[in-house]
Write a protein that binds this ligand. Structure first.
Ligand code: ADP
Ligand code: MG
Ligand code: ZN
Length: 413
């Protein structure tokens, strides 16, 4: 045990001054230390098992050599090895804040905030995976979070259990985050096959926790058979069905996400390692959904919109629905999809049989022009007619005035 104010020299002869012990276990201890030259606080991890010191040094040097920190500020890998301690040790930058576990004990943040945190987590795992390194121990205590200015800043710690070519992982990961194939190996007394695919399983679980504020294996009675729950989940039989098997701590309903994200959970938590989305796939899907977040005007709840949604999931407030009004006062209702042509618009021969299509996507309506003559929208400020592109669906709003060939219609609510 290192007493407060003890100074320890790293291999680069950097003095670290011990502030206090943060954590300790059978493997070793973690200390908060002052990195004397920079004045910054960091964490020194020490190890008890002296027989593995050489291997630990080699592994730590490999990790340091990857310079992961330069690629993402979310990562807190070891920066220096400490040979001066009997079992060796290493120093990493301090990840301030709380564990994701502690964060989950509090109230859930707005969905847009949670999505931002999930993107950051997926990105940090993607950076590690891009170097062909599996973290090996992704779970809710190794993800730390700092809430500042309404943003959840994610940090990934404890990278020293990594697996990379030539470096099998010495850990199997935390029970509730263990991929099925790793669990099976551990149960059979074989070495844990920690891999990028096993990380992907844990990543899907962590993203589930961040977005839906509950671990998917929390059974109805709060404990339960983890394997059975994970199996059911991966078969799409759990949580994705809104009416069955609601657990006591239901978290947030999965329906607040869109089908694309729910499909990634089904693949990510599945038994087939090859089907699991990569961190990069998660990152792209989550980033896309940032643009699809809708906040209810009545209860302020946020959801990711999709075609199947027409009212707030939480309070039932219907999404505003739009219609069209012709110059002679006729009202044309818009369903999910409505194609407008000559017959709807009074028979002008300038209007094509299929002049434009308006498609509803949650609360949004978008128009695609497809006639021979242009479809335009009046610029609210100048009154000029602006031709709508034929290759892009454009968002329309109440009060817009459209001209389909030579027929004017108004968008009304
Ligand atoms: N970079 C860090 N920033 C903040 N706290 C850390 C950091 N590294 C370790 N800790 C603290 O020490 C504990 C143990 O360190 P960790 O690297 O997770 O080791 P273990 O392999 O024992 O889980 C962590 O749960 C955390 O509380
Ligand atoms: Mg840890
Ligand atoms: Zn609402």
């Amino acid at each position: 045990m290192l007493a407060p104010d003890t100074t320890v020299l790293t291999d680069r002869r950097t003095p670290l001054r011990v502030v206090r012990r943060l954590d300790g276990g059978a493997e070793g201890d973690a200390y908060e230390v002052l990195h004397v030259p920079s004045g910054e606080f960091g964490v020194l991890k020490t190890f008890r098992d002296v027989t593995r010191k050489d291997l630990r040094r080699e592994r730590t040097r490999y990790l340091i050599g990857l310079d992961l920190e330069a690629l993402s500020p979310t990562l807190h890998p070891p920066r220096e090895f400490v040979d001066a301690l009997p079992g060796g040790g290493h120093y990493a930058r301090m990840a301030v804040g709380t564990t994701l576990r502690e964060l989950l004990d509090g109230a859930s943040p707005p969905l847009i905030t949670a999505l931002g945190a999930a993107v950051a987590l997926a990105h940090s795992v993607d950076v590690v995976h891009a170097r062909d390194v599996a973290h090996g121990d992704l779970h809710d205590a190794n993800v730390r979070a700092e809430i500042r200015d309404g943003v959840i800043r994610i940090k990934l710690i404890d990278l020293d259990g990594f697996a990379a070519p030539g470096f099998p992982s010495p850990v199997a990961g935390a029970e509730l985050y263990m991929a099925p194939e790793v669990r099976r190996a551990v149960d059979a007394g074989r070495a844990a096959p920690v891999s990028l695919a096993a990380d992907r399983f844990a990543l899907s679980l962590l993203i589930h926790e961040i977005l839906l504020w509950v671990h998917p294996a929390v059974a109805p009675d709060g404990a339960g058979d983890v394997d059975a729950t994970l199996r059911a989940l991966s078969d799409g039989r759990w949580r994705f069905n809104s009416t069955l098997d609601r657990p006591a701590n239901p978290g947030l309903p999965a329906e607040m996400l869109d089908p694309a994200l729910r499909a990634l959970f089904a693949r990510g938590l599945g038994l087939d390692p090859a089907q699991r989305p990569t961190a990069d796939e998660w990152k792209r899907a989550l980033t896309r959904s940032l643009w699809e977040v809708w906040r209810c005007a009545r209860c302020e709840a946020q959801v990711v919109i999709d075609d199947s949604k027409s009212a707030c999931l939480f309070c039932g407030e219907p999404y505003p629905s739009l219609a069209l009004e012709t110059a002679d006062g006729r009202r044309l209702d818009l369903g999910i999809v409505r194609t407008l042509g000559r017959d709807d618009l009074g028979g002008s021969r300038h209007v094509s049989a299929r002049q434009a299509t308006i498609r509803r996507h949650g609360p949004d309506y978008r128009i695609s022009a497809m006639g021979i003559n242009p479809t335009c929208r009046r610029n609210h400020a100048t009154g000029a007619w602006i031709e709508l592109p034929s290759d892009e669906a454009v968002l329309i709003h109440p009060g817009d005035v459209l001209r389909l060939a030579d027929v004017e219609i108004r968008v009304v609510s």
